[in-house]
Design a protein around this ligand. Structure first.
Ligand code: UDX
Length: 432
């Protein structure tokens, strides 16, 4: 099929590459001419395992093309996906100006029946607004609007798209639904077709539920610390109940990234607007904030005063296998330590370049390796659970430190082994 993706950011580019991989003819549009030039050179502006190869192969095969022109894109695709950013407003609600602008740009370019698919994460009832906007700017246009939420995770986006758990789309038209089924025919996954509003809600409800699971186990971790129990065992025990499940019960410094914090705030805002305040989610946010504060309190309790202390931080990305630092709890932690006068030396396998571009990047030292970061440190903090941090020569790391304080903010390491190596080990919810 001929498909167009408007917005070649994280979701748009990955989706476009995967659609091309299964045989569709895909045109990706972006108004950033520099980005399109980069993509045409076969380079990709983000780090995502497997994506660069996928883009290269499909460009070479002629199934993936790029343009800066929305009319050209609309003309090409029978199905046009909107995957532009939906940033938060200061009050947490979603700023839909890019969606509205794209809808206005699409309208006059519609030259035959088109399915316009919203892939960006948007509040419920946005599909209705997109329909109204296109109708206003092109009263004669023949089109239907569909909502098709995306559930990919950074770091495993290609695999999530090629082998999804489920495919959900919401459509109020049989003609549009038939075309959408054809788009997804090459993907083997359970398909759920709903009305537009339900599909929009599914995305916010799913992400909020996952964030709730994380905050739930983090709240339990605080109780474990107060009662000398082990949150890892508690998670194991409750996760064995198939109704609960073990995944997303990893206690840590809390959730971050470009989705959960934003989607929760957006869901709270839209619920308020609809007159049905979702206070449970406000508590989820509070627990997430408190989790980091409690962790910094524990570091302070051990070091007494953070001013002038050399603290090594391993991990800056919001989770492993990505260079994305957006809303990373690790960065928030570094900011808190620096604010109290600590001298932070940090290392991240993929996030160093982006760290240099952040204001906080110039206020810390960036080390060449985890070992170099730890050298001479009075405390070592693990803020992101990169697997490679668990395979280091820990006795040597301990020897190189000023004092062997280890704060494992992601429960990556085995407490007993670390204590055997001579570390004073502090995990999350792992007793005293
Ligand atoms: C999330 C959703 O998983 C995905 O379906 C949606 O499309 C986009 O948002 P992503 O933000 O890429 O994906 O990351 P995810 O793996 O879900 O992790 C989000 C945050 O939660 C990370 O900061 C991670 O460290 C944290 N997390 C996750 C925990 O603290 N504990 C867990 O058990 C799981």
């Amino acid at each position: 099929m001929k498909l167009t993706i408007i917005g070649s950011g994280y979701v748009g580019l990955t989706t476009g590459a995967c659609f091309a991989e299964v045989g569709h003819e895909v045109k990706c549009v972006d108004n950033d001419a520099e980005k399109i030039k980069t993509l045409l050179r076969g380079e990709i502006p983000i780090y995502e395992p497997g994506l660069a190869d996928l883009v290269k192969q499909n460009v070479a095969a002629g199934r993936l093309t790029f343009t800066t022109s929305t009319p050209e894109g609309v003309e090409h695709g029978d199905v046009v996906f909107i995957a532009v950013p939906t940033p938060p407003n200061p009050d947490g609600s979603v700023d839909l100006k890019y969606i509205e602008k794209v809808a206005r740009e699409i309208a006059p370019a519609i030259n035959s029946y088109k399915v316009i698919v919203d892939k960006s994460t948007v509040p419920v009832k946005t599909g209705e607004k997109v329909t109204e906007t296109i109708q206003r700017y092109a009263p004669e246009a023949e089109f239907d609007v569909v909502s098709n939420p995306e559930f990919l995770r950074e770091g495993s986006a290609v695999a999530d798209l090629m082998k999804p758990d489920r495919i959900v789309f919401g459509s109020n038209s049989d003609r549009a639904s038939a075309l959408m089924k054809k788009v997804y025919e090459p993907f083997v996954a359970p398909l759920l077709v709903t009305d537009i509003n339900s599909a929009e809600l599914i995305k916010h409800a799913a992400n909020s539920f996952l964030a709730l699971k994380i905050s739930y186990i983090n709240a339990i971790s605080a109780i474990c610390e107060a009662s000398n129990a082990d949150v890892e065992l508690v998670a194991e025990g409750i996760g064995m109940d198939s109704r609960i499940g073990r995944s997303f019960l990893n206690a840590g410094l809390g959730y971050g990234g470009s989705c959960f914090p934003k989607d929760l705030a957006a869901f709270i805002a839209i619920s308020d607007q609809l007159g049905v305040p979702f206070d449970l989610l406000k508590e989820v946010q509070k627990i997430n904030q408190r989790q980091l504060e409690r962790f910094v309190d524990r570091i302070r309790e051990s070091l007494w005063v953070l001013d002038e202390k050399k603290i090594a931080v391993w991990g800056l990305a919001f989770k492993p296998n990505t260079d994305d630092l957006r809303c990373s709890v690790a960065i928030e932690l570094v900011e808190k330590l620096v604010a109290e006068g600590a001298r932070v030396t940090a290392y991240d396998p993929k996030g160093m370049e982006r760290m240099r571009d952040l204001p906080i990047g110039s206020q810390i030292e960036l080390a060449e390796s985890p070992e170099a970061a730890a050298r001479g440190a009075e405390a070592l903090v693990i803020a992101t659970e990169w697997p490679e941090f668990s395979h280091l020569d820990f006795p040597a790391v301990k020897e190189s430190m000023q004092s062997p304080l280890l704060f494992d903010g992601r429960n990556l390491l085995d407490p007993e082994t670390m204590r055997k190596y001579g570390f004073e080990y502090h995990g999350i919810g792992r007793g005293v």
